[in-house]
Design a protein around this ligand. Structure first.
Ligand code: SF4
Length: 428
């Protein structure tokens, strides 16, 4: 990474972006005082994430508070430690942070016996339920970029949630093996908009309502496996399109099926994912095929990796029982809060100022990105630095195989999550 300083501006090349699961590592940014701008290779999400203004040092949104009154960082940390010490069953949620922050949080949860649940766990749980029941054969962003010849998208959410996916992994000109990407085909099953920058002649659209995706995938499996005599297609299943897709998949050298779990927001969406994954399983008998679960933001994949190596489970883990106890249903933050099974909430959101703790009367400690505007004063608010802008760190990509180093782009006196949580833990 080369950084260049002029009198007023520092320019950073090849910067990793933490604002979605792709973690693109080719951004060019400039920092001028506290202002950070994406000047090349970004997208709207990254421009918003890096460009969110840091409130002035004197602004309330940048002060630690206890019940709404400003205080020193030391006082806020001591008060948070008191609350945690008195809690019988605390819930640590949000958990939007980097590797070091996640490590500190799991360590503190283990010390005092807390339940951990990331803010994006509903989407994670959909994928986890699918892989627990069925297994899957997955690939990586790099493999897709270099090898895919047929990419099948189920549902939507890629263009909006991972804006540069098609640019970086489908329409890229260069591949490691000198394969031409001009012959690639993109099948959009669902309602994903036509991606900008993709040649429309490479795209086939097969509209489907989200709840019907499982029927479409099941029908496609039946065609691929030659079970058409038992097919009873229902209205809305485009048989001719699926027949053509099946032919293409049989001839493909490397097909990939992908989806964004957070976009499959309907009951039993894990069964849809299982069926999609079974398509690649079937195809692997004669050719090569894989699944690619996409999605992620706010450090969800990072937290899942750290939580897995620390506890054995990715999220929704109870560390209050003397051993890690995992249950996707019982340890959902929403369910625990609704049932009043926890007596304290620690909410962490270091990337997004607009990811607020759930509303309610529960005593709450918030470690939030400076400028977070809360509807009610929590017991403690500590503004924290943002990884990849205010401090260095590491973040996991959504395919789980690459950890990207994050850069400090400006000087900022805010503490990072790791520091705050470690200091609280020392007082427990
Ligand atoms: S696609 Fe995602 S990782 Fe890439 S620049 Fe945009 S927000 Fe950042």
């Amino acid at each position: 990474m080369s950084d260049m300083n002029t009198a007023n501006e520092t320019r950073f090349e090849n910067v990793a972006c933490p604002f979605c699961g792709l973690c693109c590592d080719d951004l060019t940014l400039t920092a001028r005082g506290c202002r950070v701008d994406v000047v090349a290779n970004g997208c709207e999400l990254s421009r918003r994430g890096f460009g969110a203004p840091l409130p002035p040092a004197t602004a309330l949104a940048r002060q630690a508070t206890i019940q709404g009154d400003t205080c020193t960082l030391d006082e806020a940390i001591a008060y948070a430690a008191d609350l945690l010490r008195q809690s019988r069953l605390p819930l640590f949620a949000g958990l939007g942070t980097d590797v070091n922050g996640a490590r500190a949080l799991t360590r503190m949860a283990d010390r005092i016996g807390a339940i951990l649940d990331h803010m994006n766990s509903d989407a994670m749980a959909t994928n986890l339920a699918a892989v627990q029941d069925n297994g899957w054969i997955t690939t990586t962003l790099t493999e897709v970029r270099n090898r895919v010849d047929t990419l099948v998208v189920f549902g939507a959410g890629i263009g909006s949630g991972l804006p540069r996916f098609y640019e970086r992994c489908f329409s890229n000109v260069d591949t490691l093996f000198d394969n031409s990407t001009a012959n690639r085909r993109l099948y959009l099953i669902g309602d994903e908009p036509l991606p900008a920058g993709v040649d429309p002649s490479q795209v086939v659209r097969i509209p489907s309502a989200p709840q019907n995706l499982v029927n479409v995938a099941t029908t496609l499996r039946a065609i691929l496996n030659g079970n058409t005599d038992r097919l009873t297609p229902t209205d809305g299943i485009p048989m001719a399109d699926l027949q053509q897709l099946a032919d293409r998949l049989r001839q493909s050298v490397y097909s990939v099926f992908t989806w964004v779990a957070g976009d499959l927001d309907f009951p039993h969406a894990d069964l849809t994912i299982q069926t999609i994954c079974n398509l690649s399983r079937d195809l692997n008998k004669k050719t090569r095929s894989a699944a690619l679960p996409l999605g992620g933001n706010n450090g969800d994949h990072t937290f899942a990796q750290v939580c897995t190596w620390q506890t054995g489970y990715a999220t929704r883990v109870n560390l209050a029982t003397g051993h890690p106890e995992y249950d996707l249903h019982r340890y959902s933050a929403a369910r625990l809060l609704a049932a009043k099974h926890v007596d304290l909430l620690l909410w962490v959101s270091a990337y997004a100022a607009d990811r607020l703790p759930p509303a309610g009367e529960l005593p709450t400690i918030v470690l939030g990105r400076a400028s977070m505007q809360l509807d009610r004063d929590p017991k403690v608010f500590i503004p924290v630095a943002t990884p990849g802008i205010d401090h260095e760190g590491h973040i996991y990509r959504c395919d789980g195989v690459a950890t990207l180093p994050l850069k400090k782009l400006r000087s900022c006196d805010l503490p990072d999550v790791h520091t705050v949580v470690s200091r609280i833990t020392e007082m427990l």
